[in-house]
Design a protein around this ligand. Structure first.
Ligand code: TTP
Ligand code: MN
Ligand code: MN
Ligand code: MN
Length: 346
């Protein structure tokens, strides 16, 4: 029977930045299957099919209704033209339905920290970050993220009282769990931000809560903008941290019995420190999701002849940079309706 659907499918944009995607995924069983396919193609270096499956998953995540039969998706962007997807996805969906917990296992695999840990040389000893492997492979809860926010807030403002600190990444998008906690720190005074970051690291070290730190100094060079590399990481000062979080600091306590006995757990934290005049671009770039970011850049390039990255927005027609102090400014330059952070879970 042809069920009536509340959202006319012809109105769904092919770009994630023109869709509103909350954390409520009504099609998890299908999106997990598409993400398995995306991963296996990524693993085999097949970038084209990998992106196609990620886009398909992202479109399904934005639907306010549950797909009953993949055939109804023929009119949706990024799905219709790939009838092969349906054929490949069906056995995986059946498999997930049978193993009911499959969905949870698969999403845990997707955000597994092994992919974010620094690469090791085969002849070097295991890096210290591996000592905390067990802890950091467990998701961080909202309460734990909040407790970390308090620690970072105290450190940042003890050093620079008028510093700007913002929660970004998945927790800014309203997720209940994440693989890490991401923050942007900067100073109203241009150029002071890099010293702030190294001072924060020093302070955490003296407090005895810094378990691991990998610091990357800024390589940002305004004269080298715009960068033409798609998906290029930014050049701002940043650090990959593992911090010690005490049970007593977390509302409702830590999550596992073992951590509870120990009284603390290790948590992954990312800090990035752009100059204040790049703050809006960094905030937009670090708020994610990765698919939302990809599509923002693709939309800018394909539909507006503009280049967007974490540093700047460049108009290729006018041959000029477009300044922004807020995310809304950037959406406006792109001629896009503003999408709230919690609607960017594409
Ligand atoms: P992540 O922390 O990897 O992802 P997330 O916060 O969306 O999800 P999770 O809950 O699993 O942590 O990255 C956050 C965003 O930051 C992502 O959109 C990519 C962006 N990013 C950069 O732009 N440059 C960088 O160097 C890094 C590390 C991330
Ligand atoms: Mn992640
Ligand atoms: Mn994150
Ligand atoms: Mn991160």
């Amino acid at each position: 029977p042809e069920a009536t659907t509340p959202t006319p499918m012809s109105t769904v944009s092919q770009y994630a930045c023109q869709r509103r995607t909350t954390t409520q995924n009504n099609n998890k069983i299908f999106t997990d299957a598409f993400e398995v396919l995306a991963e296996s193609h990524e693993f085999n270096d097949m970038e084209g099919p990998c992106l196609a499956f990620r886009r398909a998953a992202s479109v399904l995540k934005s639907l306010p209704w549950t797909v009953q039969n993949l055939r109804v998706t023929e009119d949706l962007p990024c799905l219709g033209e790939h009838s092969m997807c349906v054929i490949e996805v069906r056995p995986i969906v059946l498999c997930l339905q049978r193993a009911n917990t499959g969905g949870r296992l698969l999403s845990a695999r997707r955000t597994h920290p092994i992919f974010t840990l620094p690469l090791i040389h085969s002849d070097s000893p295991l890096p210290r970050s591996f000592l905390h492997y067990g802890d950091i492979s467990r998701a961080v809860s909202k309460a734990e993220a909040q407790a970390l926010g308090n620690i970072i807030d105290e450190a940042v403002h003890a050093i620079t009282p008028d510093a700007i600190l913002t929660l970004t990444g998945g927790f800014r998008r309203g997720k209940d769990f994440g693989h890490d906690v991401d923050f942007i720190v900067t100073t109203p005074q241009l150029g002071k931000e890099e010293r702030l970051l190294t001072s924060v690291i020093d302070r955490l070290k003296h407090q005895g809560i810094l378990l691991y730190c990998e610091y990357q100094a800024s390589t940002f060079d305004e004269s080298k903008l715009p960068s033409h590399r798609f998906e290029a990481m930014d050049h701002f000062a940043k650090c990959f941290l593992i911090l010690r979080l005490e049970d007593s600091q977390v509302d409702g306590g830590l999550q596992t019995a073992e951590e509870d006995r120990r009284g603390w757990r290790a948590v992954r934290v990312d800090l990035v420190s752009p100059p204040v005049d790049r703050y809006a671009f960094t905030l937009l770039g670090w708020s994610g999701s990765r698919q939302f970011e990809r599509d923002l850049r693709r939309f800018a390039r394909m539909e507006r002849r503009m280049l967007l990255d974490n540093h700047a927005l460049y108009d290729k027609t006018k041959k000029e940079f477009l300044a922004a102090t807020t995310e809304k400014d950037i959406f406006a330059h792109l001629g896009l309706e503003y999408i709230e952070p919690w609607q960017r879970n594409a």
